[in-house]
Design a protein around this ligand. Structure first.
Ligand code: ARG
Length: 592
């Protein structure tokens, strides 16, 4: 067994930076080298040994199920293998003991001493124990990306919200992330809007409420197309004119774009979402003819009823139109041009796209085309269900839109009311600022805390619940925990907290420190699964464990030493909550 494999340096080197691997990985390395040392002839089968966190503390803090697999291979009872591991392998330094459970599970119990040491190292670790697993690998993240010239409705929240959260999580894990807001600024809706604007546009309204007006003419034009096929052809014709550089349409396009971008900046600003790149579809317009020729040459597309179409006979996918019979380029064409450009310019390890569930077919087809083209970068479509209010669905086309901006206004207004009632000592300005943070946090968290692949029905009760899994609940929890420190300083102004270490004197303290240690796993799992909800669940669980701690042991009344240990432990819980909420893009006002 390699000598240092089992020694976990929880905080890495002495400079206070975290290790590059997680505790699970350290323990996996320990189990692997121990088992390989004991059963050298099985080395090949032990290439991938996993130690995972346990859900139930009765079964230790981590568990290893490899003895079950090894038992089968060796034709020996797994318990016997586990027993050999227990008797012969040197325990990892962090562990107090290992137990064998059931048919041959190995449960690892960390030592209290090591756990207390872990907690004591956290305050000086800006990463709070989270390893840098990214190793500088590059990810292009494509999110936000709304279709322009229409106002944003509440369905436009999830992509920038989930996308920017994953973006922060990956950056924190040490990936090099390039975020790109791939605006839909070159597609079908411009033909529809241009026709609508020409026939129904109201110049006055364009001055006073331009986005509403653009939406109005879009809806009228879209509705007209439903009854009148000639109208649809004209809309398509306007798009082709725009795409081939027609002066008048280009001027309209520029005007609509400018207005939409102003709205987008304002709303994304409120959501705290910004990008490294904002390259709309139009950025790639000159590359589209070349892409189509290349696809033709490689026989990936061929003509069918005048259009250029990709067929996927072997992949069981329906055909995808890349260029329409009128010469207009489709969504797929731009996405191919975009991927080639990104590979060329950034040489990423992966590209991640966030859109709603309705685009799954598009991405399957587009990824299939990329494979045929020999594009090697890993590509991932992260899709999410629609978001709606309980009243029913909404869509721009049907005209019953719930504007995202209105939702944010409402959230801030409601939260400000709550804060006004609960914190009468604050100034009006503070009420507004805290109300903003709580309102926006509530909306974001209501979305992030759901499994993305489900539909979210947004309700104020749930988003604002002060006693449930909500943004405001966690913000309150943070403020309350942070205030323990202030109360301590008030009572014991002459004590130097930093001189005291964190001790484990009660089981709940151990439980809480184990939860703090799970932060690294929550962040890594959220990234691996592309699910911010994993981190939300973790933070909610941490806040609840903290509550149990706070309610069950004395703080300021505890004897000196233990008192300081508990106040210091509160400090670490507050730091982890703050960091977790920061990764979710949620502010943590010190007082609420
Ligand atoms: N503009 C598209 C829409 O609003 C989403 C674009 C997603 N990104 C991409 N590269 N296709 O539906």
């Amino acid at each position: 067994m390699a000598e240092d494999e089992g020694n976990i340096e929880a905080k890495g080197d002495s400079t206070g930076t975290s290790a590059a691997i997680s505790i699970s990985e350290h323990l996996s390395a320990w189990a692997k080298s121990s088992l390989t040392g004991l059963f050298p002839e099985q080395a090949e089968n032990l290439a991938d040994v996993n130690v995972v966190p346990t859900g139930n503390p009765e079964f230790g803090d981590y568990q290893c199920n490899e003895c079950m697999r090894l038992g089968k291979l060796l034709k020996r009872p797994p318990r016997e293998i586990a027993q050999i591991l227990k008797d012969k392998a040197q325990l990892p330094e962090c562990a107090a003991r290992i137990d064998i459970a059931g048919p041959g599970f190995v449960n690892i119990f960390l030592s209290d001493e090591w756990l207390a040491g872990y907690a004591n190292d956290l305050p000086s670790d800006s990463r709070l124990g989270v390893p840098e697993t990214g190793g500088g690998r590059t990810i292009v993240m494509d999110y936000g990306s709304p279709n322009m010239s229409k106002p944003l409705h509440i369905g436009h929240l999830r992509s920038p919200n989930i996308g920017s959260t994953l973006d922060r999580i990956f950056r924190f894990l040490g990936f090099r992330v390039l975020s790109d807001n791939h605006l839909g600024d070159w597609g079908t809706q411009f033909g529809i809007t241009i026709m609508g604007y020409r026939h129904f546009g109201d110049q006055e309204a364009m001055k006073t409420a331009p986005m509403e007006e653009l939406e109005r003419v879009y809806v009228l034009s879209y509705e007209r197309g439903k009854e009148d096929p000639a109208w649809i052809d004209q809309c398509r014709g306007e798009l082709v004119k725009l795409q081939s550089g027609d002066e008048e349409n280009t001027a309209l396009w520029k005007q609509f774009m400018e207005l939409s971008l102003q709205e987008l900046d304002r709303i994304y600003g409120r959501l705290g979402v910004s990008f490294d790149l904002v390259r709309g579809e139009s950025y790639y317009r000159d590359q589209l003819p070349g892409v189509v020729s290349e696809l033709k040459e490689q026989k990936i597309i061929r003509e069918s009823e005048g259009a250029q179409v990709a067929f996927f006979d072997d992949e069981k996918l329906p055909p995808a139109i890349v260029q329409k019979s009128d010469g207009g380029f489709n969504y797929a064409a731009t996405d191919i041009a975009t991927v080639l450009d990104r590979v060329n310019e950034f040489n990423p390890d992966s590209i991640v796209y966030l859109t709603d569930e309705r685009q799954q077919l598009h991405f399957n087809q587009f990824f299939a085309i990329c494979r045929k083209l020999g594009v090697e970068v890993e590509m991932k479509h992260v899709w999410f269900g629609l978001m709606r209010l309980p009243e029913g669905a909404f869509s721009t086309r049907d005209g019953n839109v719930i504007r995202l901006e209105a939702l944010l206004d409402d959230a801030e207004r409601r939260a400000t009311e709550i804060v006004k009632n609960s914190s009468t000592e604050m100034s009006e300005e503070e009420h507004r600022e805290v109300g903003r943070a709580v309102g926006i946090g509530a909306v974001k968290y209501a979305d992030l805390s759901q499994n993305p692949e489900t539909m979210v029905t947004f309700t104020w009760d749930r988003a604002m619940a002060l006693d449930g899994n909500s943004g405001p609940y966690l913000q309150y929890a943070y403020a309350r925990i942070a205030s323990v420190h202030d109360k301590y300083v008030e009572r014991f102004p002459d004590m130097d907290l930093e001189k005291f270490v964190i001790l484990i004197t009660e089981p709940i303290e151990r439980t809480l420190i184990v939860k703090l240690m799970r932060f690294q796993e929550a962040v890594i799992r959220a990234a691996d699964a592309y699910r911010p909800s994993v981190l939300c669940d973790y933070l909610y669980d941490l806040a609840q464990t903290y509550s149990t701690f706070y309610q069950n042991v004395p703080f300021l009344k505890a004897p000196e030493g233990i008192r300081e240990s508990r106040v210091n432990l509160c400090g670490v819980v507050a730091a982890v909550l703050k960091k977790g909420l920061e990764l979710l893009g949620i502010d943590t006002p010190p007082r609420i």
